[in-house]
Design a protein. Structure first.
Length: 113
């Protein structure tokens, strides 16, 4: 059974930082690039950052320089370090084995102005 568990969300003031973590089952973690996505109320889910099996990273423009994605293959975890948070970063954040049909429950990030 595939398991994805996100954690680390919360309420933070604008300019603050949060660290999101995701633990995935080995069956998907070992064979997939991993991505962090987010979905704000009334909006579509969107990719924020991704990390390949080899550690290669990619970011959407609006988080470049503020967010850092990384993975620990020995622990089947992927982390999203977020800094200089803005109110528009408010959303539910999900980790996702790219190319799979699996999604976790997500973790809420709320940034107050």
């Amino acid at each position: 059974q595939v398991q994805l568990a996100e954690s680390g969300g919360g309420l933070v003031q604008a300019g603050g930082s949060l660290r999101l973590s995701c633990t995935a089952s080995a069956i998907v973690f070992s064979f997939n690039a991993m991505g962090w996505y987010r979905q704000a109320p009334g909006k579509q889910r969107e990719l924020v950052a991704s990390v390949g099996r080899d550690g290669t990273t990619d970011y959407v423009d609006f988080v470049k320089g503020r967010f850092t994605i990384s993975r620990d293959n020995s622990k089947n975890t992927v982390t999203l370090e977020m800094s200089s948070l803005k109110p528009e970063d408010t959303a539910v954040y999900y980790c996702h084995p790219i190319g799979s049909g699996f999604w976790g429950q997500g973790t809420q990030v709320t940034v107050s102005s």
